[in-house]
Design a protein. Sequence first.
Length: 91
Amino acid sequence: IFNVLFGGLNNAPVAKGADTGPKEHTETSVPAVAELIANAREVLVVPGYGMAMARAQTAMGELANICRSNKINLKFGVHPVAGRMPGQMNV
């Protein structure tokens, strides 16, 4: 619990650089993402609040099993803010 409450202390400030202007928005679809995952060798999933609210724990577990059974190296990352919520995803 200590890390949840005080995990942000003594962190270096974020380096601010020049703004490079507007960012480009790229839309995708479920079939396109499925193809990207199927052709990947490694996938990093960073679960956040949206996945928790969508109750995606079971679906994420199924995706993890499918990836691992197809020799796709699937890893879970910790979101810098949402990762501090204990039990958020329970994956």
